[in-house]
Write a protein that binds this ligand. Structure first.
Ligand SMILES: Nc1nc2c(ncn2[C@@H]2O[C@H](COP(=O)(O)OP(=O)(O)OP(=O)(O)O)[C@@H](O)[C@H]2O)c(=O)[nH]1
Ligand SMILES: [Mg+2]
Length: 447
């Protein structure tokens, strides 16, 4: 959306704020495009707007600080609620069309879900605003998610993290015994012998170069090295839509729900989204996806149970190009009817997509269930070799996850982890944060 940078500038900090005009006034003077939002019989009075704009400017520039101000005294969906939301969007200099679309879509969603009381839909409102305004990283949601990640990784930490603290407190010098034990810990955390050896020798080298002689001083380096394993290379954006995302993985890992969550994010960013059900293995899979698509406002393409998955992909691709879609998601089956081979089927899907658009699929995403353990390595190997996986999403990190698997996958295959699933709700799919993950894995207390 075009107004992110404006928001950031506008609420960049108290210095800038004190030099600028109150939000509502400046938007009234500078951005006549947003004026239409103040139409309507019962808008806020000028004094109310000024007071609220002042309160917003004094508050920390976070949605979670702004929303209580804007929604003060609001208990339910109704005129007052919409006036306040319109005011917030106007104060953030949202172009009228975008603000209207946001409100129309949210109104439709409330109706669909039959929500009336603010309490029931407040978190959804905040999440949608965060996505639409590109502000989710600034949320204190971070802490909540970190806590969730930490508890999801509790099992790994109790073995790995405690092993690490025993190692660090049990040695006073960085001698051979220390390094050997560290290597063993990483191997036991499923990282694989080769990668563990490489990590330890990198650490050793850095400790020597930096003149570090005690385990205590080594901890920050260890954190950095673990974080580096999860480094994420920059991705070349798809310049010519539709961007095509092919979701692959064994059955039950969370492919379909992850498509819904990703598609939802795209929708909130104003993208036109098509979802194709190339998992034709069971009728319920097609229905499940159709329900999701409807719920998030994406269009849906299917041919029904038993149809040829590659044909579904081909038709969906055609429709996405002709219909001017920004993004096309293709859901695939984790298993097939007897005799057909899953990898052959995926190859066929890739081939027909490439025929319509040489760069497609732009992203082939392997979904891995984080509770799987060692098997995840085998899955990554097979899917990478056969279906050109170039991205991994780890789901179910909220359960009894085996966090070492992430380390193993990231260090043994050159494929970045881009998102993690921390639960079943829409807002539980989050961009993967190497720093937070490394800290949670190593048992650090905060981000
Ligand atoms: N706790 C938790 N559950 C999840 C997460 N992601 C997905 N699930 C659940 O995992 C189950 C399987 O998800 P699906 O999306 O149907 O998995 P799939 O890979 O499409 O499965 P198939 O179509 O059978 O191959 C569902 O009950 C999801 O709600 C997550 O991050 N955390
Ligand atoms: Mg599925």
């Amino acid at each position: 959306m075009g107004f992110f940078s404006k928001i950031k500038k506008f609420f960049a900090g108290s210095d800038e704020v004190s030099q600028s005009q109150p939000a509502a006034e400046s938007s009234a003077q500078n951005d006549s495009s947003a004026q239409g939002l103040s139409d309507g019989p019962s808008q806020l009075s000028g004094q109310e707007e000024r007071d609220m704009a002042l309160a917003l400017q004094k508050a920390e520039p976070r949605l979670s600080a702004w929303l209580p101000i804007v929604l003060d005294g609001v208990r339910e969906e109704g005129d007052l609620f919409w006036q306040r939301i319109a005011f917030l969007l106007r104060a953030l200099q949202t172009p009228e069309g975008e603000a209207r679309r946001f409100m129309d879509e949210f109104r439709a969603w409330l109706k669909d879900m039959d929500y009336h009381w603010l309490e029931d839909f407040r978190s959804e409102l905040q999440y949608r605003l965060a996505l639409a305004l590109d502000m989710e990283d600034e949320e204190d949601e971070r802490d909540r998610l970190f806590a969730k990640l930490q508890s999801g990784l509790a099992r790994t930490r109790s073995r790995f993290g405690q092993g690490l603290s025993a190692l660090f407190s049990g040695h006073s010098a960085l001698d051979q015994a220390f390094w050997d034990e560290m290597e063993e810990l990483f191997i036991m955390a499923d990282m694989g012998a080769e990668s563990s050896l490489a990590l330890v020798s990198r650490l050793k080298e850095r400790a020597r170069a930096d003149g570090i002689g005690s385990p205590d001083a080594l901890m920050p380096l260890l954190e950095q090295e673990v974080e580096a394993i999860f480094r994420q290379p920059k991705r070349i954006a798809c310049l010519e839509p539709p961007e095509v995302l092919l979701m692959v993985g064994v059955n039950g890992v969370g492919k379909t729900t992850t498509i819904a969550k990703l598609a939802y994010r795209e929708r909130m960013q104003g993208k036109k989204v098509l979802i194709a059900a190339a998992d034709t293995f069971r009728a319920a899979a097609v229905e499940q996806l159709e329900v999701w698509a409807k719920r998030i406002g994406a269009d849906f393409h299917a041919k029904g149970m038993g149809a040829d998955p590659a044909a579904v992909a081909y038709e969906a691709m055609d429709r996405a190009i002709k219909g001017g879609y920004d993004v096309l998601f293709i859901d695939t089956a984790g298993r097939l009817h007897t005799k057909s081979n899953l990898m052959d089927e995926l190859r066929k899907i890739r081939m027909v997509l490439g025929r319509k658009m040489p760069a497609a699929p732009h992203r082939t995403i392997l979904v891995i269930d984080a509770t799987t353990g060692q098997n995840a390595l085998q899955q990554t190997k097979i899917f990478k070799e056969n279906s050109g996986v170039n991205e991994i999403i780890l789901t179910k990190l909220d359960g009894t996850a085996k966090g070492g698997v992430a380390l193993a996958v990231a260090s043994q295959f050159d494929v970045p982890i881009t998102f993690i699933g921390l639960g079943e709700k829409m807002e539980d799919l989050r961009p993967f944060d190497p720093h937070a993950f490394a800290r949670a894995l190593l048992g650090r207390e905060q981000i």
